[in-house]
Structure formats: C-alpha cells, structure tokens
Design a protein around this ligand. Sequence first.
Ligand code: GTQ
Length: 345
Amino acid sequence: MNDLGRLEDLPLEYRERLTEQNLVPLWPSLRGVLPPHVPTRKTAPTHWSYQAIKPLLLRAGELTPIEKAERRVLVLANPGHGLEKMQASAAIYLGMQLLMPGEWAPSHRHTPNAVRMIVEGEGAYTTVDGEKCPMSRGDLILTPTGLWHEHGHDGVDPVIWLDVLDLPLVYYMEASYHVNGDRQTIKAGEGYKAYARGGVMPTPVFQRSGKRYPMLRYPWADAKGALEAMAANDAALDCVQVTYVNPETGEDAENILGYYALMLRPGQTLQLPARSPACVFHQIEGQSEVQIDAHRFTLQSADTCCAPGYTPVTLRNLSATEAAFLFMADESPLHRKLGVYEVRA
Ligand code: GTQ
C-alpha cells in the first residue's frame, strides 16, 4: 500500500537543510494523514461505570473543597487519546460533577458549549443567563457558548451530573477561554415552561423571540413522555429517538454537538449504521448492552460509554419486560456544518 518514498530515503544533509527552513516533505507522511477509505481514530471504545465513579467522586468531595476546585469534576478520559488530554473523542469532553448541599460553583462563561445530564440527587440548580434551571434525574440543561452559568444546591443529598462539552475541539482551535463573573440575578420566567409543547410556541406581538437559545432546560419527564408516545403511536417504529432541538427553529440545540434521547423497547436490539461522528451513550433508565466493533459493554443505570466514528453500534435492551432509556451525544452538527458527515451502509 505504502509505495511512496520514505524519509530515510533522503540524504541526511538534505533533510537537515529542510528542517533549517521549517520545511517538511509531504510524501513520507501522505498516507498517514490521508489513510485509505477509513480515517485513523484515536477514540477507543471505552466504558465508564457509575458504580466505580461515584465513591471516587464523593471522596473528591472530602478531599477538595468547592472553593479549591471551582468545578469538582472527574473527567471521563479516553485512553486512546491519552488520559491527560481529557477527551472522550476528537470533539467531546465528558465529566462527572459533584455538588454537595449548600455548595456554590461560581458564575463564569466560556467559549466551549456545555450541557448537563443530571444523574442523581435533588435540590440543585444551574442558573444560565439569569434563568434558574432545577436539576432532576434525566433533565438536560444547556449552557451554550458565552452564557453565564453557576451551580447551587439547596437540597440535602449530594447531586451528581454528567457534563458534556465540545472543549477538545474549541481548545484545538485555540479558541478556549473563560471569564469569571458575579452571582447572577435570577429573572422571572422559564423557557422550559413557555416552550413545553412541541408545535406550539410563544409569539408575543406575532413574533418569535428570535433568541438563539429560547429553551435551556429539557425536563426528562417531557423527553420520556415523547418517546413513550412515539413508541405507542407506531408499533413498527424501530428507532424510537428524539433530538433535543431549538423549539423555535427545529435546529440542533447547540452548534457543535448533538443531543438525543432513545428508547429501546423490551428485549429490543437496535443496529445503528456506521456514521462519521463519534458518539456517547449514557444509560438513564434500565440496562443495555452496547456492541462497538469487537467491544461489548453492559450499561447499568448511569453508566456511560463512547464509540469512535465510522463504526457500527448495536444496542440491546437487557430487559425483556421494561423499556430502556439512553441519552446520546454526538459530533454530527459539527460534521454536517463542515460537510464531512457520512453514513456508511
Ligand atoms: O460546570 O461550568 O466539566 O466550566 C468543565 C468545565 C464543567 C462547568 C466542566 C466547566 C464546567
């Protein structure tokens, strides 16, 4: 396959003269940067067990006060990229964050986009752009690029959530930075109530709000209800999936990563085609088996795994009697915008 000239084929003296001028011959590396048919992917299929994470995260709560951490997070790092890179895939960062009762994670804003998928605990909230978003199991809360956000906790038990950010991509672009701010003043009105019903939306004075992010919280009860209604409406529907979208435009909720919820019927096996974006699966309810190439993971409740792009994935509900529910994040908005999105048959 690689019948192109090697670096060692060139005289040392010539190579040194190239280096002095900051020049590199392409041909020895051409196949490396443009491999045949399938890209080289560092993203390794990886599984993170919530049962293993939780005690380590609670220990972090004892070891490091929130004032010393700002955000108390254990990063779910993909060993294929090197743990120190803190990335799950080329564009996706995942972290499990802990907030103890009474703690406050101060206000800041940054260029990467984030979402929270709430895993456990009641009484915490994230204030985003002045809107107080209560956190409950399975809720999705957006903290899009540039919007102020801070986390507080009025409850009695630890609260844990999964952070999904496009940090690796924004950092790679040399565009990642943050700004600290003061505690936000909470505004009246909550987008998740105003936009709670698909197909009908607020139009004061006959106009859409035109806000880039009119809805910041997507309650789990609504997403789950939509999935159950879809499944009941069409018994033959194989892929019972919803996309978290901007309710005014129908576009992806955020610019770079896509967010979805998926229901597996009792005993169902669902084959997802190989697609160019990498993706992440997080078990909200039930238990699933995820097969990615030769890797097979069991996702217990709150477990998370990731799959590289260009790889078919098979999901199987391990219960014959109960539905299973998964949260999914992927890089498809990015791939579509860049024009590199592909589905392989
Ligand atoms: O909660 O604002 O996991 O800024 C990483 C960076 C969470 C956050 C992360 C962040 C946050």
